[in-house]
Design a protein around this ligand. Structure first.
Ligand SMILES: Cc1cc2nc3c(=O)[nH]c(=O)nc-3n(C[C@H](O)[C@H](O)[C@H](O)COP(=O)(O)OP(=O)(O)OC[C@H]3O[C@@H](n4cnc5c(N)ncnc54)[C@H](O)[C@@H]3O)c2cc1C
Length: 303
């Protein structure tokens, strides 16, 4: 209840105050901020995936602007020799306004990444986007098989079926590449598992399916029991190190992150940045008031 009240108040608090907690999770407003954070992580042996903040746009002019920003980001990051790739949210390119326009924008972005032998990850947004984002992935993957990947959400009841249906895209030569996460949006109980144990059980089932079928798996979680569960599956299926990586969000559970890196696994950190940080932070909080306790902690515990 208290979390909900605080989350509802956040958009009305001064931006500077919100920044006090946001800066732990967001690199900053500019590409230079993203480069600074990415370089620091690279020095620690951690790869990055860069995300320009923005989603659910209202006009197609914004989509064009967002595409240009990504195209320029890719050129800069490649020039700066950052060890990283890119994550995109299709609603930032107009997915829910005109899916064909969105596809064309993403195609240009993937083509640009492919010209550097780099990679674009399609983030998974709320359930109004699931089918559309899978369709986008199918289309882009057929043209750029090595340069595009998708996110799947363990909390959705449909996910294992989706994985099965997409298996025709997999091959030994060019394995599919999924990021598996729990899912961040608030979804109805008819379509999503709600209980922590249920979500974790399905997370490990989805991961096992990926390992069994030779899919490159990005294990995106900060949840220690899931990391332990992943270790067991890696051992069980003798998954080679070039077929998996762990992923975490910037600023979250750095100790767990370091312990995974210490075991020799590839780790990639999701680094969000951009002018839209305020809207992004407050929206995330309204969607998931449980996050508020992390924020309150971040306000008082520095470093
Ligand atoms: C690299 C990456 C990319 C993602 N991409 C997507 C996506 O495309 N679509 C999507 O729906 N979701 C995405 N997510 C979010 C994901 O779905 C979860 O909501 C989020 O990772 C929290 O789940 P968890 O597995 O860490 O487990 P949880 O059980 O939620 O958290 C485990 C523990 O981690 C810590 N923790 C988790 N989050 C935070 C935080 N923000 N601040 C401080 N501590 C925290 C807490 O100690 C908590 O107890 C992504 C997550 C990661 C790591």
């Amino acid at each position: 209840m208290l979390n909900k009240m605080i989350a509802a108040m956040l958009p009305y608090l001064p931006k500077k105050l919100i920044w006090v907690f946001s800066k732990r999770y967001i690199a900053g407003e500019t590409v230079n901020d993203a480069i600074r954070v990415a370089r620091d992580l690279n020095h620690k042996g951690v790869k990055v995936t860069l995300d320009i903040l923005g989603e659910f746009i209202k006009t197609l002019e914004e989509a064009e602007k967002n595409k240009q920003e990504y195209l320029s980001l890719i050129d800069i990051i490649q020039k700066e020799k950052i060890d990283g790739n890119y994550s995109v949210k299709p609603t930032m390119f107009g997915l829910l306004i005109d899916k064909e326009v969105c596809y064309q924008h993403l195609r240009e972005i993937v083509a640009k990444a492919a010209s550097y032998n780099s990679f674009i990850r399609i983030d998974m947004e709320d359930s109004s986007c699931t089918d559309l984002e899978i369709e986008l992935y199918r289309r882009l993957k057929s043209e750029y098989p090595k340069n595009v990947g998708l996110v799947v959400q363990a909390y959705l009841k449909r996910t294992l079926d989706d994985l099965k249906k997409l298996l025709d895209l997999n091959s030994k030569e060019i394995p599919m590449n999924y990021r598996l996460c729990k899912g961040i949006y608030v979804e109805p109980a008819e379509i999503a598992f709600k209980k922590y144990e249920e979500v974790n059980q399905h997370y490990l089932e989805d991961l096992e399916f990926m390992f069994k079928n030779g899919i490159y798996a990005c294990i995106a979680t900060h949840d220690k029991p899931l990391v332990e569960g992943a270790y067991k599956l890696i051992e069980k299926y003798k998954v080679p190190s070039n077929m998996l990586e762990f992923q975490m969000l910037y600023g979250v559970t750095p100790e767990l992150r370091d312990s995974i890196v210490g075991k020799g696994y590839t780790m990639r950190v999701y680094v969000p940045f951009g002018k839209q940080w305020f809207g992004y932070s407050t929206r995330r909080l309204k969607e998931n008031p449980k996050m508020t306790s992390h924020i309150i902690k971040a306000l008082f515990v520095r470093g």
